[in-house]
Design a protein around this ligand. Structure first.
Ligand code: SF4
Length: 376
């Protein structure tokens, strides 16, 4: 039986989950390198200039894989409402025009309860007998368990880094945990990993400090979860002394698409109930709908800062940005937001300067609030 060699887009630590989807069905996974400048180059060269940055990054992933002899691409798609719904079709067209010979498999993710994803998984399996029904079930379960563990790693990483005594230890532990998740392919092992990962982060030598800033990080999913694309903003915030809270993850997104994400339902409720001041009433694409809910939620919980990351030309996230800017400007919520758009032109030095200035502003504000010297 011939095994298909399948590739998929790179998005932070989530490669371990996508790899399981492919290998669980008996195909061979082609792992693109972590996103980097060299890989991005052909993606930029062959993409329309105005298109969203994640389109260019993922096209770069696919070109690298095809150049390496990979013949099958697996890509998610949606039914709108933004440009993501067209990614796979336009990317396929571009790659064919470039002369590559390959098969594009797409995964409609608009509503995972339609179970269309089952057909995609079965098509990867060289064994066409009834046995592949069992493989689909097993693979989907392993995938979800790994997504949940990656989410845990992302969360602990954000909450721990600002307290670490030995610089860089949190990053090392996070990478080690990702490797452990990748290596485990049994349910019981993955179950054991949950408490082990928690313990590993707890055992990092830490020094608790008074006045640590509590900052929420959210935004468009690809940019927010991929450290290359967002210039490693989570790590930088941690190193600047911020406890970084993040609810966004691949697991969060998948569970939402299975209609089981009650946290997202709550965020939707928050956005909807603020209709009179501009809260969105429906999903307009990207994460905009939930970003507004996150902002309200974190403002109510007394967070010190709110960081919103998104691709430079992303219409839904820019809409969310405008609404949040107005809310803060009109003093409806007292949570200072910072907005970081990213594309291939985003310079590192300017970005770091803005981030440092924002954190300094938050520190001064917190200090003044503590001393009771803050003027409204
Ligand atoms: S969410 Fe934004 S970046 Fe992503 S496809 Fe939609 S418009 Fe483009």
């Amino acid at each position: 039986m011939m095994r298909l060699k399948v590739t998929f887009p790179h998005m932070g630590y989530n490669w371990v989950c996508f790899k399981t989807l492919v290998e669980g069905m008996g195909a061979e996974a082609f792992l693109p390198d972590y996103n980097n400048v060299k890989q991005l180059d052909p993606g930029l060269k062959h993409s329309p200039e105005w298109i969203c940055f994640p389109f260019k990054v993922t096209l770069g992933n696919f070109i690298a894989a095809l150049e390496d002899g990979c013949k099958v691409i697996a890509m998610a798609t949606d039914c709108g409402p933004c440009r993501f719904g067209f990614y796979y079709a336009v990317q396929e067209r571009i790659l064919r025009d470039l002369g590559y010979d390959f098969e594009m498999k797409y995964l409609p993710q608009g509503d995972l309860l339609t179970f269309e994803w089952v057909d995609l998984l079965k098509s990867l399996c060289p064994d066409k007998s009834l046995f592949n029904n069992y493989l689909v079930f097993r693979t989907a379960r392993l995938f979800l368990m790994k997504c949940q563990l990656v989410q845990d790693i992302e969360k602990y990483e954000g909450l721990t880094r600002c307290y670490e005594i030995n610089p860089g230890e949190t990053t090392q532990i996070a990478k080690k945990c990702v490797q452990m998740v990748d290596a485990a392919n049994r349910y019981y092992k993955l179950r054991q990993l949950r408490s082990r990962i928690r313990r590993m982060f707890r055992e990092i030598p830490q020094r608790k400090r008074n006045g640590t800033l509590k900052v929420g990080l959210t935004g468009e999913i690809h940019v927010t979860l991929d450290p290359f694309t967002n210039h490693d903003i989570k790590r930088k915030l941690g190193e600047l002394g911020c406890e970084v809270h993040m609810d966004l993850s691949l697991y969060d997104w998948i569970v939402h698409k299975f209609h089981l994400n009650f946290h997202r339902k709550y965020l939707e409720y928050l956005s909807k109930t603020h209709k009179k001041i501009g809260g969105l009433q429906m999903d307009i694409g990207g994460e905009a709908y939930w970003v507004l809910g996150e902002y309200i939620n974190w403002a109510k919980r007394g967070f010190d800062g709110f960081v919103h990351t998104y691709p430079f030309t992303c219409m839904p996230e820019i809409t969310a940005k405008s609404i949040i800017t107005k809310w803060y400007g009109d003093r409806i919520f007292d949570l200072p937001p910072a907005f970081f758009p990213f594309d291939e032109h985003a310079g590192e030095a300017g970005f770091v300067t803005r981030l440092e200035a924002y954190v300094e502003l938050l520190k001064t504000r917190k200090e003044k609030m503590k001393n009771g010297t803050r003027r409204n």
